[in-house]
Design a protein around this ligand. Structure first.
Ligand SMILES: *[C@@H]1O[C@H](CO)[C@@H](O)[C@H](O)[C@H]1NC(C)=O
Ligand SMILES: CC(=O)N[C@H]1CO[C@H](CO)[C@@H](O)[C@@H]1O
Length: 209
C-alpha cells in the first residue's frame, strides 16, 4: 500500500517534469555542447513548434548534383568539415557548430549544404573558392523534430506531417503566402554521422509574417 502510493506520487512528479520540459520547447541537446543559431520560441504546438530565429551567417556549398538528398548531405558535410579544419583562404580553424542544413531545390536533384558560422567568425567569415556566405535575416520557422538517420523518404514524410499539424492554425496562411519565396523545407541535422543513438533532426519551413 505504502509502495503503491509512492509509485503513484513518483509518476505524478514525472508527469510534471514532462509537462515542464515540453513547455521549454524542443531545443536539441547538441546545442549544450556546440554553438547553435539562436531563436525565441513563439509556440509549442501539437506536432510542431514555431520559432523566431535571429539573423545568422552560414557558409554554403554551391549546388551539389546528387541522386539523393542524403548523398548530397554527405558530400557537402565533408567539404564543410575540411573548411572548418582550415581549408580556406586564411587557414582559419573553427569549432564545429550545429545544425548542418540541407536545402532542396524544388523539382531538381540539386542540393545546398550549409554550416552555421560560429559567432566570432560571422563578422569576417574565412573565404573559400567553392563556398559562399549566406546571411539570413531574422525569420519565422515552423519546425518538426524526429530521430534516426534521415533518408529522402523520411524527410518527405516528416515534412508532410509537419504541414498536416499546421492545418487550422493561425500560422498556415502565412506559410502558404511565403511559398515560392523560401525553399519548400530544410533538413537540419544535429548529430555527427558516427552517433548511432538519440539522433536529432529537424524539418524547418521558413516563412514571413
Ligand atoms: C572553440 O571553443 C572553445 C570553447 O568555447 C574556445 O575556447 C576556442 O577558442 C574555440 N576555438 C576556435 C578555433 O574558435
Ligand atoms: C577552396 C579554397 O579556397 N581552398 C583554399 C583554402 O585555404 C587553403 C589554405 O590557404 C588553400 O590552399 C585552398 O585553396
Amino acid at each position: 500500500m505504502k509502495t503503491g502510493l509512492t509509485i503513484l506520487q513518483l509518476s505524478f512528479c514525472l508527469s510534471l517534469i514532462v509537462v515542464v520540459s515540453l513547455s521549454m520547447g524542443m531545443r536539441p541537446e547538441t546545442c549544450d555542447h556546440y554553438e547553435c543559431p539562436t531563436y525565441e520560441m513563439a509556440e509549442a504546438g501539437n506536432g510542431y513548434e514555431i520559432r523566431v530565429y535571429k539573423s545568422a551567417v552560414w557558409m554554403s556549398t554551391g549546388p551539389i548534383p546528387a541522386p539523393s538528398m542524403t548523398e548530397a548531405s554527405k558530400t557537402g558535410f565533408q567539404r564543410l568539415f575540411r573548411y572548418i579544419q582550415g581549408d580556406n583562404k586564411s587557414k582559419t580553424k573553427m569549432n564545429m557548430t550545429a545544425p548542418v542544413i540541407t536545402q532542396t531545390t524544388q523539382g531538381k536533384s540539386v542540393y545546398t549544404v550549409s554550416f552555421y558560422l560560429p559567432k566570432k567568425n560571422q563578422q569576417n567569415p574565412p573565404l573559400a573558392d567553392d563556398l559562399h556566405v549566406q546571411s539570413w535575416k531574422p525569420t519565422y520557422v515552423a519546425m518538426r523534430q524526429f530521430s534516426g538517420y534521415v533518408t529522402d523518404a523520411i524527410a518527405k514524410k516528416e515534412a508532410a506531417a509537419l504541414m498536416d499539424s499546421l492545418k487550422n492554425t493561425k500560422w498556415i496562411v502565412h506559410i502558404e503566402q511565403s511559398k515560392g519565396k523560401s525553399p519548400e523545407y530544410l533538413v537540419a541535422g544535429y548529430s555527427p554521422p558516427f552517433q548511432t543513438t538519440a539522433r536529432v533532426n529537424e524539418i524547418l519551413v521558413p516563412f514571413t509574417m
